[in-house]
Every structure is written in structure tokens, then in C-alpha cells.
Design a protein around this ligand. Structure first.
Ligand code: ADP
Ligand code: MG
Length: 153
């Protein structure tokens, strides 16, 4: 079963706070696909998510390395940004399966570019602008596979 929730934010701080909330609820092995145009807030969301995992290191977009690993939090965070990937083969080269099927949490910016590698039960977050609602408005659609939900909820 999938649970779909729509949130609206009006500032980077609110998007950060939503990411942080989901970070506190993250479970081992979770994969979250993060999509939305450039500059919508995928990295801001990830920074909040990392804070929710109690990661204190600064988090920025790993564009030139594909994946950035943070191990000091409650769970390991594997932050992917696959925007510059030319071919899904590059994912094989970095050994993506160790991250996808490990004990940490994967957040994948631009996951739609490697759709064929994404497990069917992955969660997803889509961030969209609506300029008629102002420059800082974002609509954030969160789709969670219920079995990934934190059982303490
Ligand atoms: P992406 O990773 O999707 O390319 P970033 O997170 O790097 O985007 O940048 C998002 C930009 O949009 C930041 O400059 C941020 O300050 C700005 N911004 C304005 N309003 C919001 C909002 N509601 N949520 C997230 N970011 C916002
Ligand atoms: Mg980014």
C-alpha cells in the first residue's frame, strides 16, 4: 500500500523542516527518490533530512561524485545526485547496490534519470513550484510505501 501526502511550503526553512521530520522517521534500507526541477529544493530537503538523522556535517549536492556518504548519524545516509550521469552503467561502477540494499538510507536526487535501477517499493518526494503562488512556494508530494514506515508511529 502506498500513502500519498501533499505538503505546501513557503520558505526554504519549511522545506528543511519537512525533510527533518522525514529524517527522524527514516528506517534502515529505505530509498527515497527525490525529483523536481533544478532549484526547487531537493538539496534543501536533503539537508533537513540529514539533520533529522542527527548528522551535523554540512551537506551539499554531490554532483561531481554521484554519491556522498554520511556515517555519523542515527543511520548512514547515502546522498546521490545523478543529474550528470550519462549512462546507468556509471552506477554499476560506483557499486550502487551496496548502498541501495544496505542498512542505511538512500536519498537520490534526479532518480528519474536512473529509473530502471530503482526498486519498485522505493519512496518518493516530488517538489514543484507554482509561480502563481509566489517564488518561494513549493508543493511537495510524498509517497511512502507503508512497509517502510517506522513501526513506532
Ligand atoms: P535543487 O537541489 O532542487 O536543485 P536547491 O535545494 O539546491 O535545489 O535550491 C533551492 C533554492 O530555492 C534555494 O536557493 C532556496 O533558498 C530556494 N527556495 C525558495 N523557496 C524555497 C522553498 N519553499 N523550499 C525550498 N527551497 C526554496
Ligand atoms: Mg540539488
Amino acid at each position: 500500500m502506498r500513502k500519498r501526502m501533499i505538503f505546501e511550503t513557503g520558505s526554504p526553512e519549511e522545506t528543511f523542516a519537512l525533510g527533518r521530520k522525514l529524517g527522524t522517521e527514516a528506517v534502515p534500507g529505505e530509498i527515497i527518490c527525490l525529483n523536481g526541477d533544478l532549484g526547487t529544493g531537493k538539496t534543501v530537503f536533503t539537508q533537513g533530512f540529514a539533520a533529522g538523522l542527527a548528522i551535523n556535517e554540512p551537506v551539499c549536492s554531490p554532483t561531481f561524485t554521484i554519491v556522498q556518504v554520511y556515517e555519523e548519524g542515527r543511520l548512514p545516509l547515502y546522498h546521490f545526485d545523478v543529474y550528470r550521469i550519462g549512462d546507468p552503467e556509471e552506477m554499476e561502477e560506483i557499486g550502487y547496490e551496496d548502498y541501495f540494499f544496505g542498512e542505511g538510507v538512500c536519498l537520490i536526487e534526479w532518480s528519474e534519470l536512473i529509473e530502471e535501477l530503482i526498486p519498485e517499493d522505493a519512496d518518493s518526494v516530488l517538489i514543484e513550484k507554482d509561480l502563481s503562488r509566489g517564488a518561494d512556494y513549493r508543493r511537495i508530494t510524498v509517497s511512502l510505501e507503508e512497509e517502510n514506515e517506522n513501526i513506532s508511529n
